[in-house]
Design a protein around this ligand. Structure first.
Ligand SMILES: *Cc1c(COP(=O)(O)O)cnc(C)c1O
Ligand code: SF4
Length: 360
């Protein structure tokens, strides 16, 4: 997969828009690498605050100190059942199947994990990883797991031979287990979701896609056609959106995005409040503002989406420190207190457990 990794290779207007500060930061090569597909770069406009540009162009604000930042924002290490398997919920497990992505989202919550593996090789590494023996042995020994999320990185950076091999080996140990392929590539490189790939997915039914989409302009003609072809072939497609400051923190814009998804027969699934990954604080929408946006959004779109599914995604956060996902609504905030890092809300989970999330 061809990636743009230097400013000179961006479309000319965009390349000309890169500021000296941005250039200097990109040249310093700290943290998550700069890489974007030509398709996604072509969707960007040269304005500094353009919602597409901001998602892939490194921003010196990534260096701003964030006292709340966590290297493992989801607290996943304690649920690592095997080196590349996270088992946090009884009936679902998440396989880190690939180290690379087709370009890097500046708001990525796996940035520490990706930066450590991708810094030396920003290009996708085909069939990069281990043979998953410990992961498969764990799946074999845990029949309560009914769904395997195939994630990463982006699993569609693997070629179809590697993907098919992986799916087959999962199904060899766990016949009939539901597969959920978590990917952003239908948006960043729609040509990867071609007829052959869709046919591969169909052969591994039951399988669904969870696609990361943040802004209506990401649904290009090519992306829309690829996703609709997947739906036509009978593959359910869920949409996961990250609430991002200055990019989609607007109820009318989000309502438009979810309507566009429904028109393509994609199901809005989650709207995520930002995780506390380092270098991403400038993308964080304050929780109170997120709740207000979500309240307004609920009034803007219909309750009914695709058959059996709501049109409105669940507003949720993966609780910092390993509390898992909780849905966010006004009653979740049980209080507020001051910590060494600054003010935090106290959030209550379903079982009464208390967690913290920054006020700002
Ligand atoms: C999000 C997540 C899941 C899936 O949760 P759903 O609510 O079914 O989308 C499973 N495992 C891990 C570790 C997760 O982070
Ligand atoms: S596609 Fe996902 S894992 Fe990859 S950089 Fe974007 S958010 Fe991170």
């Amino acid at each position: 997969m061809k990636l743009i990794t230097s400013i000179e290779d961006l479309p000319p207007l965009l390349a000309a828009s890169v500021t000296p500060e941005e250039k200097q930061y990109i040249a310093a090569q700290t943290g998550l690498p700069f890489a974007v597909t030509p398709h996604f770069a072509a969707l960007a406009r040269p304005e500094k605050d353009d919602p597409i540009r901001r998602q892939f162009l490194p921003d010196p604000r990534e260096l701003l100190p964030d006292p709340f930042a966590l290297d493992d924002p989801l607290g996943e290490h304690r649920y690592r059942a095997a080196p590349h398997l996270v088992h946090q919920y009884q009936d679902r497990a998440l396989l880190l199947a690939a180290h690379a992505c087709a370009g890097y989202c500046r708001h990525c919550f796996r940035r520490v994990w990706l930066a450590s593996s991708a810094a030396s090789a920003p290009e996708p590494v085909e069939a990069s990883m281990a043979d998953f023996q410990p992961e498969l042995a764990y799946l074999a020994a845990h029949p309560e797991i009914g769904e395997v999320l195939v994630s990463g990185g982006d699993p569609l950076t693997l070629d179809n031979t590697a993907l098919e091999d992986l799916f087959r080996r999962i199904r060899d140990v766990r016949p009939g287990v539901l597969l959920r392929v978590c990917t952003r590539i239908p948006i960043t490189e729609p040509s990867r979701l071609d007829g052959e790939t869709i046919a591969l997915f169909v052969r591994f039914h039951p399988l669904r896609l969870a696609v990361h989409i943040n802004h209506p302009r990401e649904l290009s003609a090519a992306a829309s056609a690829a996703l609709a072809a997947g739906v036509d072939a009978g593959i359910p497609v869920l949409v996961q959106t990250v609430l991002l400051r200055g990019i989609n923190d607007n109820a009318a814009l989000l309502a438009g995005l979810f309507r566009d998804c429904l028109d393509l027969r994609l199901s809005p699934y989650y709207l995520f409040q930002m995780d506390l990954a380092p270098g991403t604080a400038h993308f964080r929408v304050p929780l109170k503002q997120g709740l207000a946006i979500y309240r307004e959004l609920s009034g803007l779109i219909s309750g009914q989406g695709l058959p059996g599914r709501p049109a409105l995604p669940a507003y949720a956060v993966d609780l910092p420190g390993g509390g898992g996902k909780i849905r966010l609504h006004d009653n979740v905030i049980a209080g507020e207190k001051m910590t060494d890092n600054g003010p935090v809300y106290i959030l209550k989970d379903h079982s009464g457990g208390e967690w913290q999330y920054p006020v700002f």
